[in-house]
Design a protein around this ligand. Structure first.
Ligand code: IMP
Ligand code: MG
Length: 171
């Protein structure tokens, strides 16, 4: 087990989840929403956020990879595609962290071919200092500095996803 320091506590995350859910309910009044969750990192965020939203939510999952260890490889590939039509739907992409921006710019382009009614991005974390492709999320939980973070769904080579806080590895 590596030395992991708490960066964002569970309590802070819960408070922010309340705020984000209120904002989303305000913006999507009377609408059904499709949460398009990016596996695997955003599963905790997806579930905890959805539980706080009163709108009817349908779930789609897509698995992409662009990462080998700690370094982005620059190419994004779909490992598991969505299983239902999202044409005409109000879709929110749920992401764990926006880093270089490659994953989301790829997904935005890919989803623009699916005829969605609207598309927004909601991310738990944003690391703007690492951006290679300019892309902004519509809903952001927390901005983080340039540290490699784990927990609350985020992994270090598939480890530490189930921490109930966001931590960083002391390197
Ligand atoms: P991007 O395409 O560079 O924006 O990378 C996005 C993906 O890289 C995220 O969905 C994460 O899975 C992964 N990632 C980026 N930064 C971190 C980090 O600090 N910890 C864990 N995973 C990360
Ligand atoms: Mg991810």
């Amino acid at each position: 087990m590596k030395d992991i320091k708490v960066l964002i506590s569970e309590e802070k995350i819960n408070n922010r989840l309340e705020e984000l859910s209120k904002q989303i309910m305000e913006d999507y009044k009377g609408k059904d929403i499709v949460f398009l969750s990016i596996l695997k990192g955003s599963i905790f965020f997806t579930v905890e956020l959805a539980k706080r939203i009163k709108n009817n939510i349908q779930f789609e999952f897509i698995e992409v990879s662009s990462y080998n260890g700690h370094e982005s490889t620059g190419t994004v590939k779909i490992n598991k595609d969505i299983s239902n039509l999202i044409e005409g739907r109000d879709v929110i992409i749920i992401e764990d962290i926006v880093d270089t921006g490659r994953t989301l710019s790829f997904l935005k382009k890919y989803l623009s071919t699916k005829g969605v009614a609207s598309l927004k991005i909601c991310t738990l974390l944003d690391k703007p200092s690492r951006r290679v492709i300019p892309i902004e999320a519509d809903y952001i939980g927390f901005e983080v500095e340039n540290k490699f973070v784990v927990g609350y769904g985020l992994d270090d080579d598939q480890n530490y996803r189930n921490l109930n806080y966001v931590g960083y590895i002391e390197e």
